[in-house]
Write a protein that binds this ligand. Structure first.
Ligand code: ADP
Ligand code: G6P
Length: 461
């Protein structure tokens, strides 16, 4: 199979899972990249090149939801060195302002180069003559250049879903120039916010010989690369419609009953990741219960966290810390049938997420650093009426767009506690004024618009 439109991402939209009895099934892959790109692929068609989530398994391509799936295999050693190592223990913390310590290992870098070449070759094999290939995210930053070498006829875009760090931090990376040159293989490189594009262009000026003029880098006589911001979004209408379906409403009513019909519900929805500010958020909520500002017999804080990158050290430590924190608060502040925090370490179907968004009076989105954060937008799209309240960290990309959210600095515990209470207790007039503005923003800035903007520019640069 070949295609005129190809997306290349480390993850496929579906993961292949084998249970203990050897039964194989597919489930939606975790994370915002898949949430955002899946509707784009459904409407554009084409091919999605990516890994299916199971190491050491070679599988054939197949057709799914109107487009082709092209699996790229990873050995368990590559999984360890390229995925868990270089992608998620070097680049992920480095790009998120080093909120955890990035590790630099030469074997990981070798594996990263090797696997990036495999993805480039897989993309080259499925792309039609003159096709558009859109490479995604930090795991594949060398692919644009490798692909251009293999297939100069292609139009190549790249989008980074996570923050692009300040130059001082990026410069720690022993392989910094290789990564910049890798990205410069694209015709268009997109970032979540304007600051990311600026950081990137500053690095190009400082660390490469290529001239830069008005966001355009002249890489060679025949090739230039443009860097620009394209804030990503969600299928707003799709989420809003899902939240209004009778099955979703029934599920939300059941959920409310299962929680003991509390008067007020706070909600957190995250991958279990140290960038999401969970330690600080839970501590702040715990203090509010302790100080009697929140009554555990009438208020519930529901926190769901999808398991993520579970063999990486920082993620194991985070999981233990959260278990401990939640256990301590519940054992001290709870009573029989009334734990103040209901914490679930698992992923849920999208309908259940919509049901949770429906019943949450206050949505807590408090990352220490986040490229965008789609959960914030999903809440705005799904919560019915204008009575809900979104608390949003100033360090999420989404804060640039969702200006009417209740803004917090997640490092400031007292400040956060104050804002959590304000979001809960502000008069309806104030909350609804904010929510109306948020809904307007999210309904006009959709994933379709994002894809059209990026692909339109890619066609014309
Ligand atoms: P990230 O991409 O870093 O995980 P985002 O907020 O951009 O962060 O996207 C997270 C996506 O994962 C959202 O679409 C959200 O609905 C989904 N998600 C998060 N937690 C869960 C969960 N426990 N169950 C199901 N989906 C979840
Ligand atoms: C973020 C990243 C994605 C990644 C997702 C889930 O959204 O930007 O590239 O796919 O997290 O992480 P995982 O490591 O499970 O793919």
């Amino acid at each position: 199979m070949t295609a005129s439109f190809v997306v290349v991402a480390n993850r496929l939209p579906v993961d292949r899972v084998t249970d203990e009895s050897g039964e194989v099934s597919w489930r939606t892959s975790p994370g915002g990249l898949v949430t955002a790109l899946e509707p784009v692929m459904r409407s554009h068609g084409g091919a999605w090149v990516g890994w299916h989530g199971a190491p050491d398994e070679e599988i054939d391509g197949f057709h799914h939801d109107g487009y082709d799936i092209v699996p790229v295999a990873l050995s368990s050693q590559e999984h360890e060195e390229y995925y868990e190592g270089f992608s998620n223990a070097t680049l992920w913390p480095l790009y998120h302002d080093t909120v955890a310590f990035p590790e630099f290992h030469r074997e990981w870098w070798l594996a990263y180069q090797h696997v990036n070449r495999r993805f480039a070759e897989a993309a080259a094999a499925v792309a039609d003559e003159g096709a558009t290939v859109w490479v995604q995210d930090y795991q594949l930053q060398l692919v644009p250049r490798l692909l251009r070498e293999l297939r100069p006829d292609l139009r190549i875009g790249f989008f980074l879903h996570i923050p692009f760090p300040p130059t001082e931090l990026f410069s720690q990376l022993p392989w910094r120039t290789d990564i910049i040159e890798g990205l410069l293989g694209a015709d268009l490189v997109g970032f979540q916010v304007a600051g990311g594009a600026q950081n990137f262009l500053r690095l190009v000026r400082n660390r490469t010989p290529h001239p830069v003029e008005q966001g355009r880098v002249r890489v060679s006589d025949s090739h230039s690369c443009v860097a620009r911001a394209y804030p990503i979004s969600i299928d707003t209408a799709g989420f809003a419609a899902l939240a209004e379906e009778p099955e979703t409403i029934a599920e939300s009513e059941q959920l409310l009953a299962d929680l003991g019909n509390p008067k007020r519900i706070f909600l957190g929805v995250d991958r279990l990741d140290y960038t999401k500010g969970l330690r600080q958020r839970i501590r702040a909520m715990g203090e509010l219960f302790h100080e009697g500002k929140l009554d555990p017999t009438e208020t519930v804080y529901l926190q769901v966290a999808t398991p993520s990158r579970e063999r990486v050290g920082e993620y194991m430590r985070l999981r233990d810390d959260i278990d401990l924190l939640v256990g301590r608060i519940n054992s001290e502040m709870g009573s029989v049938g009334h734990p103040p925090i209901v914490y679930l370490h698992k992923g849920f179907p999208r309908r259940t997420m919509a049901a949770m968004y429906r019943i949450a009076d206050v949505m807590l989105v408090t990352p220490l650093r986040d490229g965008m954060n789609l959960v914030a937008k999903e809440y705005v799209a799904c919560h019915p009426g204008n009575g809900g309240a979104l608390v949003l960290s100033e360090f999420a990309g989404a804060a640039r767009e969702l200006r009417q959210a209740y803004s917090v600095n997640p490092y400031d515990l007292d400040g956060m506690k104050g804002v959590f209470m304000r979001a809960l207790n502000d008069p309806y007039r104030e909350r609804s004024k904010r929510m109306r503005a948020l809904k307007k923003q999210v309904s006009t800035h959709t994933i379709d618009r994002w894809a059209d903007n990026f692909l339109g520019d890619l066609a014309s640069v």
